[in-house]
Design a protein around this ligand. Sequence first.
Ligand SMILES: C[S@@+](CC[C@H](N)C(=O)[O-])C[C@H]1O[C@@H](n2cnc3c(N)ncnc32)[C@H](O)[C@@H]1O
Length: 249
Amino acid sequence: MKKVFNVLSNYYDLIYEQKDYAGEAAYIVQLIKSYSPKAKNLIEFGTGTGKHAFHFCNSGFTVKGVEPSAEMLKAVKEHHPKLSLQQDSITSFKSDELFDVATALFHVISYLNSNSELIASFKNVHKHLKNDGLFIFDVWYSAAVLTQIPEERIKTVQNDYIEVIRKAKPINYWNRNVIEVAYDINVLEKATGKTHNFLEQHEMRHFSIPEIELLADITGFKLLKAEEFGTAKIPGPDTWGVNFVLRKK
Ligand SMILES: C[S@@+](CC[C@H](N)C(=O)[O-])C[C@H]1O[C@@H](n2cnc3c(N)ncnc32)[C@H](O)[C@@H]1O
């Protein structure tokens, strides 16, 4: 799975060009301000092409972006003097620096499928936070995934140079809380008419709130908040992404 984003990163930003990174970053900053008003430095795991990170820098934070995919890092377009980037995973990242806040946004934690990987990752985040540091992340929410059941979907996006058609076919592994999404991606180069086909698989785990609370508890965190990502609504069967705020105990 880890290799998935190497291919995807070339057109990742095009696929998600409608995503409101500025608005999402503002939502996270407001959570940080309310729980840790003095926070100054932030580590972002699974920073991808660095879009939230850029807005965090503009809000005054010094940011370290950690991302396992070299290709995603290569696709970072907006660099910032307050942003440093490092190729690594949330599980194995090591640094002597400690942070006020750790984030993992846009379902990064859902890419961790096994309990052992999750426990190791949460413990690693804990190790790199200052006392009372915050860990903020969003995940796929079981109540919504199991009510709505993901279906086959097609997304088409284009710019002046390429057209991308992405077909997504999900398989539900009911007893693992995992949805495997097989992507069939066709990229057309408009100038030459050449097409490229990629097949990719994402294994996404979904979570309940008590499951995250238990995971937090055994890795040294206290659950402060679980709400719909971006809206702060109480999660329900129509809430695909739930955002969690944990505090290091
Ligand atoms: C849907 S993308 C989100 C990227 C970025 N946060 C954003 O909002 O655009 C998921 C990201 O998680 C990263 N990822 C997957 N497994 C990871 C791991 N073990 N540690 C850190 N990041 C991981 C992927 O490489 C990818 O960049």
